[in-house]
Design a binder for this molecule. Structure first.
Ligand code: NAP
Ligand code: MG
Length: 523
């Protein structure tokens, strides 16, 4: 057993305090000196492996700036990583659960000391402003701390309850699955990246981590921390590369035991299909854990505190420019308060300042050119599907910097089955829908194929209870923003097309990466 205090989430930094802003700016200077321009090689079996080709990471807020590079894994590298991981598994699976947990705790301690560096690096690499980067690194620390503790409940024989039976000893043991691949997105490149690696690892698996191309540096930074914390060679194989190449190869591979994926619905469904096909020599049914997209709605009814609802809408819609799976991309307002809520929402969003992550702007650039072009195509569609009440332009520059800048955009009177109301845009674009009444609003909320986050702003107990039962989402919030789930506090994950409801940061998350064996001994 580990002897540590009860899990408590990290607190967030208050950037209204001058000294915290100053510390952040100093970290930016340090990171520019020490990390920007760095190259991260692959790590296979504990050794650095470099490749002829490289992946380049660009600052989305200033596309003239190269943040750094990573190696670009080849198929042979992926094969080596997989074979090496199986070798490492032979000893890693025999480690005591508490010894494995201590590595996570040590990594959390190192990350706490380097918290500001991790934040600053993300401001430069993916354009997070101070608060967005801060809550993400807090979440990364939380994942490490939380999974280390939750591992304890799976340790040893008989950790889950079984019924006593005369003349026998019966018990359940949780054992690791083997070697898996963890494929992560760029939008939470520190927290989700490390959470999706640390959970299977602490359970005794070995993992090949394939970070998103747009965020290879922060991934490399986190891998360094895991190595410094004492993770043995081969347990965490760092494989930056192209998803369609090495990712696809590993998903297909007969020797891949599980796949944990967070990303878009399209790629997730493709992986699910590929993983389902049994390859020659394959001994198992691959386990697939999926966290996919969302089209998350917030309902505001006529009983709500409208000012509070408007705050929730602005925070949920435009935090990190709407580039969150949990972002509020549909605001559903009951007709009798529609004008008041929408006017307030537009007014409040008008005040948001656009600029770089380093300047701590409210709205920064979206992550890459593909994303920029995709969002632009929705801006072009917007006047056909509703009334553009704010924004609608993609200036591609802010404060003299060229970058993937999109204006915060609000489109009113969007119809429930239109593309703007159904498709994940993943940018600062909100569709506002007018509902006849409360029941109509709930029907609209449930009218997408997704089911990730959702919210209700209302003071009617009856309606909140109805939503508790009938609003089809994995994470439901009342009278607050619908983003910002905290590890252990709000276990996170969606259902329907939003994923397999695996609930990251929840009490049973580690069970996704273990199998159970029942052992019976007749006395
Ligand atoms: P994405 O395009 O689906 O990419 C996710 C990862 O999959 C990347 O590492 C990508 O590598 C890799 N990949 C692409 N094609 C692949 C293939 N054929 N085989 C194996 N791997 C492949 O998603 P994203 O743009 O990074 O992230 C945004 C999406 O993630 C949004 O839809 C968002 O809602 C979702 N998301 C969901 C959650 C959740 O908890 N539900 C959390 C965060 C984000 P490359 O970078 O090389 O393409
Ligand atoms: Mg970048």
């Amino acid at each position: 057993m580990i002897k540590v205090q009860e899990y408590r989430p990290q607190s967030f930094t208050d950037f209204t305090k001058e000294e915290n802003v100053k510390a952040y700016q100093e970290a930016l200077t340090k990171v520019r000196k020490e990390l920007v321009g760095k190259h991260y090689p692959l790590i296979i079996d504990g050794k650095e492996v470099d490749t002829a080709e490289k992946l380049t990471s660009i600052n989305p807020c200033d596309t003239a700036e190269v943040v750094g590079t990573t190696a670009k894994a080849t198929i042979q590298d992926a094969e080596n990583a997989l074979q090496g991981a199986w070798k490492a598994f032979e000893s890693w699976k025999k480690w005591d659960m508490d010894a494995r947990a201590r590595i996570l705790l040590k990594a959390a301690a190192i990350l706490k000391r380097r918290r500001l560096e991790a934040c600053a690096l993300m401001s430069i690499e993916v354009g997070k402003n101070y608060a967005e980067a801060d809550v993400e690194v807090a979440e990364a620390i939380d994942f490490l701390e939380y999974y280390a503790r939750s591992a304890m409940k799976y340790a040893g024989f008989g950790s889950s309850e079984t019924t006593w039976f005369e003349g026998e000893e019966n018990g359940l043991m949780s054992i690791p699955l083997g070697v898996g691949v963890s494929i992560s997105p760029w939008n939470f490149p520190c927290a989700i990246f490390i959470g999706m690696a640390a959970a299977p690892i602490v359970a005794g698996n070995c993992v090949i981590v394939k970070p998103a191309e747009d965020a290879g540096l922060i991934a490399g930074f986190m891998v360094d921390i895991m190595r410094e914390a004492g993770l043995p060679a081969g347990v965490l194989q760092f494989l930056p590369g192209v998803g369609k190449e090495v990712g696809e190869y590993l998903v297909n591979h007969a020797k891949t035991r599980f796949i944990t994926f967070t990303g878009s619905r399209a790629v997730g469904l493709h992986i699910n299909e590929v993983a389902a096909k049994v390859q020659p020599g394959q001994k198992w049914i691959k386990r697939v854990v999926m966290e996919l997209g969302g089209k998350d709605g917030l309902i505001v009814d006529e009983t709500a505190d409208l000012d509070n609802a408007i705050t929730a809408a602005v925070q949920g819609a435009f935090g990190f420019n709407g580039q969150k799976c949990s972002a509020m991309s549909r605001l559903i307002v009951v007709d009798s308060v529609y004008d008041e809520v929408v006017n307030g929402f537009v007014e409040r969003a008008k005040a948001l300042k656009m600029g770089t992550g380093e300047e701590n702007a409210n709205v920064t650039a979206v992550v890459n050119e593909m994303s920029f072009n995709k969002i632009k195509s929705y801006l072009e569609l917007a006047p056909q599907e509703g009334k553009v009440l704010l924004g609608g332009e993609a200036p591609g520059e802010a404060n003299g910097k060229q970058g993937y800048y999109i204006q915060p955009t609000i489109v009113g009177d969007v119809q429930r089955d239109s593309r703007l109301a159904q498709e994940e845009i993943f940018g600062p674009v909100v569709a506002v829908l007018r509902a006849k009444d409360w029941q109509d609003a709930l029907d609209i909320a449930n009218s997408t194929e997704y089911g990730l986050t959702g919210g209700v702003c209302s003071n009617s107990r009856e309606r909140l209870e109805q939503a508790r039962a009938e609003f089809e989402v994995g994470n439901l919030y009342f009278n607050r923003k619908i983003t910002g789930a905290i590890v252990g506090v709000q276990p996170f994950g969606g259902y329907n097309m939003s994923g397999t409801d695996s609930k990251a940061g929840g009490p049973d998350y580690l069970a996704n990466f273990m199998q159970l064996k029942t052992v019976t001994e007749r006395w």
